[in-house]
Design a protein around this ligand. Structure first.
Ligand code: CO
Length: 150
């Protein structure tokens, strides 16, 4: 274990990213999913690798594969989804960043050990069979973080 300025040890994983193994996805909130898919396809030739309605979050997502990561286009399917509220208040744009981790529970615990605020108190099912947990942007320099275990 190494020790950071807060005096709490950081896990020594031997990897340069520590507990973060890859960028899993960058999620972009859009009002019109079809228009966004068409734009990424026509401009960049990007294709949809996976599409899913995530009922628990009230969103539909389309994942465009980019190397080993995804661009996740996200649109609300209900007015009370957090993405609907996000679009209302902030407009379209980057909604969250998904970091791939080997162990979602361990990464979430590391956030809590450092006094961070978890939105999900325990890992839960995400899209495409993943296990995920969200970290509050107030604990993470203004960026909503999703920890993604495949
Ligand atoms: Co996500």
């Amino acid at each position: 274990m190494s020790t950071d300025a807060s005096g709490v040890g950081a896990p020594a994983t031997g990897l340069p990213g520590g507990l973060l193994t890859e960028i899993d996805h960058v999620a972009i909130a859009v009002r019109d999913l079809e228009a966004a898919i068409t734009w990424y396809g026509e401009v960049f030739g990007a294709t949809v690798a996976h599409r899913e309605v995530v009922g628990s979050d009230g969103v539909e997502e389309a994942l465009l594969k980019v190397a080993d990561s995804y661009v996740q286009l996200l649109t609300p399917v209900r007015d009370d989804s957090t993405v609907a509220r996000y679009l209302e208040t902030r407009g379209e744009g980057i909604h969250h960043v998904g970091y791939r981790v080997a162990d979602c529970a361990a990464a979430l615990q590391a956030v809590k050990d450092h006094g961070g605020r978890a939105i999900d108190q325990a890992p839960r099912p995400g899209s495409r069979g993943t296990t995920v947990a969200f970290v509050h942007p107030k604990s993470a320099f203004g960026t909503l973080i999703e920890l993604v275990e495949e």
